[in-house]
Design a binder for this molecule. Structure first.
Ligand code: EPU
Length: 433
């Protein structure tokens, strides 16, 4: 089991961090390769476990994936399978993104139902309803979605009950090759959706309105290959900004367009006392005095749920009372008991977490429950007195490229190691040492 150990918290982090390409942009962009028999060249691809899982899935479907550093070439000359099996879908829910493109290109798809995950039920009813509106016949049986459109998909009017990021992406990728016009009302406006639309348009698609709540897609007969640079990861940017603040350090975050990607986050950070200044290469982040905040997670351009655990870690050591409300996922507070084991004072009241800042957190063995919660615990450990050992960090490598290396380069006393021991055995061993 891979673990992360922060030998000594409280060291102010100083240095530069290169921000990677966005995981949640890279995954749908890779899937877009299913829509054409010509190569798609992606630049700025992050080296992540989820990117590897997506490469494996696409490989099974017939896509050749060639990687060299952060460049990736995907070619789907022939689709040789239209089935995404449970084994891969259970590892990564974004696998459901192949449903729309497979239907559009091959007229059929069989994709395992993803099921719930640690952060919530995570339904895909809106993806299914949207594809039905485009004329797909859909059966749910034996844990699989079987979808058919033998005569091709037809444009239609879709109105989502709630904005769904991968739902919008799935429908967009199905509708680009459908006959006629599709409208998506209450579409997700996230930058990753906009990046996908930009890439699809460069392949010959006709998508308008991306980044607003109404997207219009005029179907075309065929798409061609393209070259596309994946946008930088706004969640990784926010996470390392919090790392600078929680350790009272100063980090330059390097990447193109990071300022614009902080929309929805920058205001909250400013209220919290985090200073963000534009530099030639990105953003300089530091903090002196921190302030409590009331923050609610919302769809873009609201504060992202994927930074909720991290801002909570910061509030744990910020004098005063903060309130964090989680509006997207019903079960995304699993990091709370772990933070409390480190001395945090957090009370949960339904969707709200009331956090009373403490002077110091204490290092402890803790358990990561999901990707973003893992980094919330790393941040807490970076600020805490003593040693923190974080178990189950396989979650973290799904979405943060070389996190330990990037933190070490800024002076953190952190390491990764393989261990078969539980966090409790680790603690026992330390207390006898
Ligand atoms: N929803 C439905 N029905 C659906 C789809 C969604 O009711 O068919 C609801 C969900 O239950 C949730 C809300 O709509 O309450 C938003 O869910 P959304 O579909 O937008 O989430 P997602 O597309 O599955 C993406 C990111 C998540 C991120 C959410 C919200 C990717 C691959 N994943 O998930 O990222 O939390 O949007 O911003 O883009 C992460 O990176 O750690 C992560 C979990």
């Amino acid at each position: 089991m891979l673990k992360i150990k922060i030998n000594k918290g409280g060291i102010p982090l100083k240095g530069k961090i290169n921000i990677s390409g966005a995981k949640n942009a890279a995954l749908p962009l890779m899937v877009a390769s299913l829509l054409t028999d010509e190569p798609i060249a992606l630049d700025n691809a992050p080296a992540l476990a989820d990117v590897r899982t997506m490469s494996n899935l696409l490989g099974i479907l017939g896509v050749s994936v060639d990687c060299s550093g952060s460049s990736m070439k995907l070619t789907a000359k022939d689709i040789c399978s239209t089935t995404a099996a449970y084994d891969l879908v259970k590892k990564m829910r974004a696998s459901v993104l192949v449903l729309g493109p497979l239907l559009a290109r091959a007229g059929q798809a069989k994709v395992s139902l993803p099921g719930g995950c640690a952060i919530g039920v995570r339904p895909i009813n809106l993806h299914i309803r949207g594809l039905q509106t485009l004329g797909a016949e859909i059966d749910l049986q034996d844990g699989y979605i079987t979808a058919k459109a033998p005569n091709g998909l037809k444009g239609g009017a879709i109105n989502f009950d709630v904005p769904t990021v991968t739902g919008t992406e799935n429908i967009m990728m199905a509708a680009v090759l459908a006959k006629g016009i599709t409208t998506i009302v209450n579409a997700a406006c996230e930058p990753e959706v906009v990046d996908l639309a930009k890439c699809l348009n460069s392949m010959g698609a006709r998508i308008h309105g991306q980044g607003t709540q109404k997207i219009t897609i005029e179907g075309v007969d065929k798409l061609h290959g393209t070259k596309h640079k994946i946008i930088y990861d706004r969640i990784e940017t926010g996470t390392y900004a919090i790392a600078a603040a929680i350790t009272r350090g100063e980090i330059e975050l390097i990447g193109e367009g990071l300022g614009a990607l902080m929309l929805g986050t920058a205001d909250v950070f400013e209220q919290a006392g985090i200073s963000i200044k534009k530099t030639e290469l990105g953003l300089m982040v530091s903090a002196d005095k921190l302030y409590p905040v009331s923050v609610s997670t919302e769809p873009f351009p609201g504060f992202p749920t994927d930074l909720q655990a991290q801002i909570m870690a910061l509030m744990c050591v910020t004098k005063g009372t903060s309130v964090v409300t989680e509006n997207i996922w019903e079960n995304r507070f699993l990091h709370v008991p772990e933070l409390c084991r480190m001395g945090a004072d957090i009370t949960l009241k339904g969707t709200k977490a009331v956090i009373k800042g403490v002077r110091k957190l204490q290092g402890a063995p803790v358990m990561a429950t999901d990707l973003r919660a893992s980094f919330g615990l790393v941040l807490a450990g970076l600020a805490a007195d003593g040693t923190t050992v974080i178990d189950r960090t396989y979650h973290l490598v799904r979405g943060y490229e070389n996190a330990v290396g990037k933190l070490q380069a800024c002076g953190a006393d952190i390491e990764e190691f393989l261990s078969n021991k539980s966090p409790y055995e680790e603690k026992l061993q330390r207390s006898f040492a």
